[in-house]
Write a protein that binds this ligand. Structure first.
Ligand code: PEP
Length: 250
């Protein structure tokens, strides 16, 4: 079912104590509400953060990545099965930082998506264009091919485990947010691409989140759009008050 979701992507920022303090503060500021909150700490804190949230049905956790390999001699990698074994619900896949700095292709992401789903992890799948793509007018095609090439081999049933996060690269960590009409235009487009492939039931039930310099000042306007079902929050999720203000923008 289509849900409002706000995800905090802590990236490689917080030490163990900072992570646990932040979860504690977020929990103390939230009451049971309709928005699903997802925390994505580093691997090193994921188990503990997940345990701290275990009794709170409205808070879930996510890994920031998984290996594209199932198991075996891949030193330093963490598998989907390992993430699932900790009771974690989601994995983020295809963040632009992974695509850019770790050369993750749409085909690599297809492999990761399959491993996530076969290990019962829901996927927060990131897509989005660079400024060069937008200036060249190819941003719609770019986003469509990211979705098609990594996700459209899935069955309808499998696709129900996907949350899309539209994250224009030019807005990530820059303080420049997509305007509300710019974001809504792409979200409506993403939903239409899903509709063309899977039909009304799947497209209407897929949550599509916005990410890119979302903060307490712009969240309300962004989230008021028909096709924006929440946010993937980087910088502002590192501060409990800002993050909770964003969650309460619904
Ligand atoms: C992100 O990295 O997914 C992100 C949206 O970052 P920020 O909110 O800092 O732009």
């Amino acid at each position: 079912m289509r849900k409002n979701i706000v995800v905090g992507n802590w990236k490689m920022n917080l030490q163990r104590k900072e992570s646990l303090d932040l979860v504690g503060k977020v929990i103390s500021l939230l009451e049971n509400q309709d928005v699903e909150v997802v925390l994505a700490p580093s691997y090193t804190c994921l188990y503990k953060v997940n345990k701290m949230c275990a009794d709170l049905s409205f808070i879930q956790t996510a890994s920031q990545n998984i290996s594209k390999n199932k198991k075996g001699a891949f030193t330093g990698e963490v598998s989907a099965e390992m993430i699932h074994s900790m009771g974690v619900k989601y994995t983020i896949l295809g963040h632009s930082e992974r695509r850019e700095y770790f050369n993750e292709s749409n085909q690599d992401l297809q492999m990761k998506v399959d491993l996530a789903i076969s290990n019962d992890l829901d996927v927060i799948f990131c897509c989005g264009e660079s400024l060069e793509h937008r200036d060249a007018g190819i941003h719609f095609d770019w986003i469509k091919s990211q979705i098609e090439e990594s996700l459209f081999h899935l069955s309808e049933d499998e696709f129900s485990k996907i949350v899309i996060a539209y994250e224009p690269i030019w807005a990530i960590g820059t303080g420049v947010t997509a305007s509300s009409p710019q974001a809504e235009e792409i979200h409506a487009f993403i939903r239409s691409v899903i509709f063309d492939k899977y039909g009304m039931n799947v497209s209407a039930n897929c949550s599509v989140l916005y990410g890119g310099s979302c903060n307490p000042n712009n969240a309300k306007e962004l989230f008021s759009n028909e096709n924006i079902d929440g946010g993937l929050i980087g910088g502002a999720s590192l501060d409990a008050n800002s993050f909770v203000e964003i969650i309460k923008s619904f």
